[in-house]
Design a protein around this ligand. Structure first.
Ligand code: CA
Length: 236
């Protein structure tokens, strides 16, 4: 029995055909439709023409770096992206470069784990879009419109990556509470993101860089993060 709506398609971008067919087999068994692309160019074309629900993207492709493909996809789409990488070192690259990937898995991976991650990412993205139509939160100089996914500081729009936006929203939506890194991983990424709390710190750092002194996120040493008092610091 599958708890996925039928017809949800997964775009698998993988040049190693044995891995691609192995992954496709498990995904089909779980009730997904599967589209396979063998290089970066094909990936971008199929993502555009087939509107997949999620993209599994190998980091090492014959014609392109998966990181560049991820960035390119992000220019036109919010489709969830799960990166597949052969090396642990690449994980730092995926997190650090802020390419907009939603998650990663290191090869060799357990196909059941892969299917579980795909389901988890989809569970998180689908209802979130429906629930929060047009909620907005204003906090000092910072104004966040969830429906439009827009952030402004003193009326100037700031571009945030999808997860930066979700993290800021989660903290603002729980003003007055301290959230631990594990709680933030759970709420923003939907499950324990490979147990790696560095992800939260990297995203907080990006928020601080982009929002400057108006960034409302305060570190609570030894615990996690919270939203500080309202402040109007930006010069109009
Ligand atoms: Ca490869």
């Amino acid at each position: 029995m599958s708890d996925q709506p039928s017809g949800q398609r997964v775009l698998v971008v993988e040049d190693e055909s044995n891995i691609a067919s192995f992954v496709a087999m498990y995904l089909k068994k779980a009730g997904f439709g599967v589209i396979v692309a063998r290089n970066g160019e094909e990936a971008l074309a199929r993502a555009d023409s087939e509107s997949p629900a999620i993209v599994l993207l190998d980091l090492n492709l014959p014609d392109a770096d998966g990181i560049d493909v991820c960035r390119e996809l992000r220019k036109s789409s919010d489709v969830p992206i799960l990166m597949l990488t052969a090396r642990d070192d690449d994980v730092d690259k995926i997190i650090g470069l802020e390419v907009g990937a939603d998650d990663y898995l290191t090869k060799p991976f357990n196909p059941r784990e892969l299917v579980a991650r795909v389901k988890s990412i989809l569970r998180r993205t689908v209802p979130a879009e429906r629930e929060l139509e047009s909620a907005t939160i204003a906090h000092g100089d910072v104004h966040v419109d969830h429906g439009r996914r827009e952030v402004t500081v003193a009326d100037v729009e700031v571009q945030l990556a999808p997860k930066e936006f979700d993290l800021l929203w989660e903290l603002l939506d729980h003003r007055g509470l301290v959230l631990t890194r594990d709680q933030l991983l759970e709420r923003v990424w939907g499950y324990t993101f490979a147990g790696d709390t560095r992800t939260v710190d990297v995203h907080v750092r990006q928020l601080r860089r982009k929002l400057g002194d108006s960034c409302p996120v305060v570190t609570v040493w030894g615990v996690g993060y919270k939203v500080g008092p309202e402040a109007k610091v930006a010069q109009a």
